[in-house]
Structure formats: structure tokens, C-alpha cells
Design a protein around this ligand. Sequence first.
Ligand SMILES: [Zn+2]
Length: 315
Amino acid sequence: MKLKAGLLALFFIFGILENVFSNSKNENQIQKNQKTITPEFFYNEENSFYQEVAIFKKAFPSVDFRIDYDEEIDDFLLVVTSYRKENVYYWAKGLYLPKSELKNKEKYSIVFERYNEEVLNPEKMTDEMIASIRKFSSKENRTSKIASKFLFNGIFDAWTRRSTESHLLRNRFLGKWQSVHEMLVPHLDEIERQIYELAKSDPEVATFVQNLASADSYSWREIRDSGARSFHSYGTAVDILPYGWTKKITYWGFEKGEGNEDWMLIPIEKRWAPPKKVIDIFMSEGFYWGGYWALWDNMHFDYRPDFILFGKTKK
Ligand SMILES: [Zn+2]
């Protein structure tokens, strides 16, 4: 046992050293990648286990995260206990995979993708970036990886439809009913409180509230590969839609579906979006806005307090 503890201590020291080096590597990589968007641009693999675990602990205080080490496989383990169920994940350089998925490592991208908190402006995009986004969003693109979400199956106790639905609550949010994961409800209450308060003095926010048509969350989708699940099937994503949204430009996929291959060039001011102050309130309660993705989804918010904290460490 002593040997194991000593080894762990040694790994911690190496971990800290690795942090220092990988951080500087990180910055180089980000700077280099800002010129062109490639799959590597989104899936930066230079992340550190220790920083990440600290982020998870802070982001999900009701969940227990314990560190361990598997000598045989030579990898760190994260033991996640949530809703009295224990799940073990292999770090796998940021993939957080159950043992059974280690053999499929190359299929997945890391949990903390490159962070962005700005709408990608078409006016500032190079031809290479446009070509890269076009390729990334094409059906023929078989090279892109699936975001590893196994960790969230443990955090939200959402491995199966039955366990997922056992955590859903009917919630009234900004005057609309939604079916949402129980972990989100206190945060949605706080978002609502702040939006209503702001609407008293801010006409733009007041109009946004008046024009809100729906705020749906849970939607189960049977997907063969659980790694490709949308957070809607966890009840941890919310879509905010205004009345008449079918006539507005809200989501890149609808535009492409209509045959607009140049959907990424649609000027920002022509896309519907919630007021910036509303987006900021969501972000402050752990909801990441889909409008910041290169493949923008302006109605969408993911409950990812870990990802937003990760973004703060990169500033
Ligand atoms: Zn959505």
C-alpha cells in the first residue's frame, strides 16, 4: 500500500510538471490552429487529468469524484459516484472511457474540446476555415470523432432511458413547461429570476420573454452508439425558441437542410439569437450557448458547468 501511495505521489508531481509543459504546448497549438479549422482545432488532446478533476469537483458539487490508478493498464481512473451509483472511468488522455470502450479510443474526442466564447464571424473567416467547416459538417465526413459523453452518463445517472427518466422533473421555466433533469432545476430557477428582474428595466429582454414560444429540454433518441447522444436525451440541454421561429434563422442544420451550402456565411445579424445579456445569465449558471459553436445552434444551451469552468482556466 505504501508503495502504491508513493507511486501516486510521484504521479502527482509528474502531473504538475506535465501541466506546466502541456499548458505552453496548449497555447501554441491554439494559436497555430486559429488560422484553420480542422478536427484537431476542436479536439485538442493536450489536457491534464488533475486540472480536469478539480474542474469536475467544482462544477458538480453533488457528485463524488475519486482518483485512482490502474497499474496493469497504466492509466488514471476517475471513480464517479452520483445518485448512489458508482462508475469507473479510464482517463485515456481526456476521453474518460469505461474499460469496455478502451479498445475504441480512436473513435472518440476528448471531453474538454477547444473552448470558444465568441460567435465565429463570417467576415473574419479565411477561405481555409470556410472549406474546413464545410467539410466538417458534410455527411461524407467520416473522419470526425464522436464526443465522449460516457462521463456524463455517470454524473447524470443516464446510462439507460429508464434511469434517465427517473431523474426528470416537470418544470415551469419562463412561463413554459419543460421536462428536465432534476440537477438543472435550481440553476434554471436562478436564470429565470435574473431574466425576470432584468426584463423590468431592459426592453430587449422584456420582448424576448414575451416572444418566447417554448423552452423544451428532454427528448429521448435511440442511438446505436451512446457516445453520440445529444444532451437533450439526458434532459440536460434546453432549446429556447421564439414565436415564428420557422421563419427565422436559428440553426445551421436547418439552413443546410434547405439546400444552403453557404450557411456558415450567413451574417451574424441575420441569425436569430437570444439577447446577449440572456446568454450571459445562462452561461453564469453553467449553460453553454450553442451559438458559440462553429456549427451554430442559436436556440440551444447545454448544461456543462465543467466546460465553462474549463474555458475560464484557458483565459
Ligand atoms: Zn437543442
